[in-house]
Ligand binder design. Structure first.
Ligand code: ATP
Length: 132
């Protein structure tokens, strides 16, 4: 089965360099599946999970915004932050969610806290996929 290279890069350095048969990404315009040979494109990403499917295994990566660049043989993700499910510190994510919820209960609609909460919930959801 054909594979496509995947590079996930953040300002803190590379997060993942691997290859996959299929990549599922949450873009701003919806979820897309990328197979080897996909037409070249660039798309903004939502805060969400990137799924790297190889054979029977699926790796989940928490990605917090940024861009997806697709070329026929390589997919590059440039994100402000990203973590493989296995590197997520769940206690830190839960604490971040609690902090953001406290800010939001005092200041409804606070954009910074809303984004912090979204990132924390995304990390918690991606961490949970490890157990499945
Ligand atoms: P926190 O308030 O816990 O720092 P944050 O959403 O503000 O969370 P980011 O600014 O998105 O954090 O990320 C800063 C750095 O910390 C990045 O390198 C990111 O990968 C890492 N990071 C943040 N939260 C976690 C976590 N729960 N587990 C592992 N790494 C994390």
């Amino acid at each position: 089965m054909k594979t496509i290279k995947v590079n996930i890069v953040t300002p803190d350095g590379p997060v993942c360099e691997t290859d996959a048969n299929t990549i599922i990404a949450a873009t701003e315009t919806g979820e897309i599946g990328i197979l080897p040979g996909h037409v070249a494109m660039v798309s903004p990403l939502k805060i969400g999970a990137l799924r790297l499917i190889k054979g029977d295994a699926t790796e989940h990566v928490a990605v917090h915004g940024g861009f997806l660049e697709v070329r026929p043989d390589v997919v590059t993700v440039l994100a402000q932050s990203a973590e493989m499910a296995s590197t997520i510190d769940i206690a830190r994510a839960q604490a971040a969610a609690k902090r953001a919820e406290e800010v939001l209960s005092a200041k409804k609609g606070d954009k910074v806290a809303e984004l912090e909460l979204k990132r924390a919930i995304n990390r918690i959801n991606v961490y949970e996929t490890r157990k499945k």
